[in-house]
Design a protein around this ligand. Structure first.
Ligand code: PBG
Length: 333
């Protein structure tokens, strides 16, 4: 009788067996994170010998091209190979001309990087908001963004960046047909191998606040809800991604990351092309502020966040924490 009872209650479930020792935890971990999963954003501006800290993003800087080269060099040594550039032009106008000028800040920056390094991957954001005096992502006609005129200018910008040597162009304006227009212009000009990473599911988010301070790109009137996604929607994100894939996107993106881990997961489960997630400026600044106040342990919180983005399904993580991660990763080796 006693024996039967013992058999009935057997086996005793002990999940803790797999958690007890660090070595075993390493063995059974489900998610891995590596330096080459990351793309590090860089703000590049005109001028010389300038390293300017961004008020709302402690530890993140605007660099002039010469200083940007040093910053990239340092990151390459840490193992970060991919960067996405955001340009801060000297002047803005209502057509965002500096975005697609061959002498614009991004064209110059990409050329300089490619002159200095062979093994680097350079992505460029393709949008007009940093270059327009009104701060919107496209051209304004009768008070609203003119989609079709904007995609012409975005295609022009993408071509200029590809000519300068960009490996990846990343349209982020949320204009309909932008991927198709860019793909066509790249292909007809001999840039068939330039990769398009589309900000497919880009939500109208207040988490972009610090970025807009960094790039001086706050809209001067209205908001971006007329073209970026409503955060109450998720099926719409699938549709955005599906359309971008059919228009020729090579990599698709969900942005921001943290309030949208469900969107990352569903995108991962539904599509079979590389998926990026953008751990945006506001997500950076919140963590930074709390850690500077001594309220959280920065390293622990950042790792938890970055792993959660990977676990949700992101293949690529765009993050201002990439450099820090690389430093910690190096220490661990
Ligand atoms: C548009 C663009 C933005 C970001 C990346 N690309 C700003 C916006 O849409 O307002 C935000 C990134 C971040 O917040 O870190 N060029």
């Amino acid at each position: 009788m006693e024996i039967l009872k013992a058999i009935e209650s057997y086996p005793e479930i002990r999940l803790r067996r797999l958690r007890k020792r660090k070595e075993i935890r390493e063995l059974v971990k489900e998610t891995d994170l590596n330096v080459d999963d990351f793309i590090l954003p860089i703000f590049v501006r005109e001028g010389y010998n300038i390293v300017e800290e961004i008020n709302s993003m402690p530890g993140i800087y605007r660099y002039s091209i010469d200083k940007m080269i040093k910053f990239i060099e340092k990151n390459l040594k840490l193992g970060i190979k991919s960067f996405i550039l955001f340009g801060i032009p000297n002047y803005k106008d209502d057509l965002g001309s500096e975005a697609y000028s061959k002498e614009g800040i991004i064209a110059k920056a990409v050329k300089e990087i490619k002159k200095n390094f062979d093994n680097v991957i350079i992505a460029t954001d393709v949008c007009l908001c940093e270059y327009t005096n009104h701060g919107h992502c496209g051209i304004i006609k009768n008070g609203v963004v003119d989609n079709d005129h904007t995609i012409e200018l975005l295609s022009k910008a993408a071509l200029v960046y590809a000519e300068a040597g960009a490996d990846i162009v990343a349209p982020s304006a949320m204009m309909d047909g932008q991927v198709k227009a860019i793909r066509r212009v790249l292909d007809t000009n001999g840039y068939k191998d330039t990769i398009i990473m589309s900000y497919s599911a880009k939500y109208a988010s207040s988490f972009y606040g610090p970025f807009r301070e960094a790039a001086y790109s706050t809209p001067q009137f209205g908001d971006r809800k007329g073209y970026q996604m409503d955060y109450r929607n998720v099926r719409e994100a699938l549709r955005e991604i599906q359309i971008d894939i059919s228009e020729g996107a090579d990599i698709v993106m969900v942005k921001p990351a943290l309030s949208y881990l469900d969107v990352i997961r569903i995108a991962k489960d539904n599509f079979n092309i590389p998926l990026a997630a953008y751990n945006v400026s506001g997500e950076y600044s919140m963590v930074k502020a709390a850690s500077l106040a001594g309220w959280i342990n920065e390293k622990d919180v950042v790792l938890e966040i970055l792993y959660s983005i990977k676990r949700a399904g992101a293949d690529i993580i765009i993050s201002y924490f990439a450099e820090k991660f690389a430093e910690w990763f190096k220490e661990k080796q």
